[in-house]
Unconditional design. Sequence first.
Length: 265
Amino acid sequence: MNGTRTGMGWGSRLLVALVLILVGAAAAVWALGHYRPAARILGIAPAEQPVIATPRLVMVNPQPQQSAATAPSSTDDKRIADLENRLARVESATARAEGSAGRADALVVAFAARRAIDRGVALGYLENLLVDRFGADHRAAVATVITASHQPVRLDDLISEYDVLGPDLRRGGPQDSWWSNLRRELGGLVEIHSASRPATNPEAQYRRASQELAGGNVDQALADTMRLPGSSRAGDWVGKARRYILAHRALDEIESAALMPGPGA
């Protein structure tokens, strides 16, 4: 009886164990079917692959891009125009500065030449500068100034010599007789003339020429001198006065050329 009871106890225990195993297996199968992370951990289900986002290709018309890249915008056009205007202003200012500097140099040369002529000294290095600056367009004027510097005539010398020549100029030439000279001098003592017309007697003409000469108006002084009765006695003075006039006319021409823009300045 004891042996039978013992055999029955072990059989019952084995049956219970089998039932439990079957229940656990069923539960495991259900869990694996409904819970995929556990299946992936146990290696039963394959691991999920990462999803890679595929970029979408957008077709763009290449022609508008090319025209947009090559064709400048309105802003670029304005900037380019501004730069061109600035460059034009800079070039114009540079040209004006160069022209002003050139005229300034030419004026310095012209004024220096006049000072040398007035002082009666040689031009020296100014001769080459005059030729370089003005020789192409004012050849005669340059030659006159250079020649005058080799035979200088000063205004002070003309005035002093004129004072010495005064009696001869008023008296008359050597061809006049003593009676003609006497009548001329007596007639010049008193002269009646209109207030609007200058006196024509030799004494008045000489004084007028002297005043013109002292004021530097050598042209008018020479014209008055040639109307004096003794002008033939002043041949040397007349020649010097004419050289003085020609030299200063040439200087005036050179100075005018220096003031005006052009190849001569």
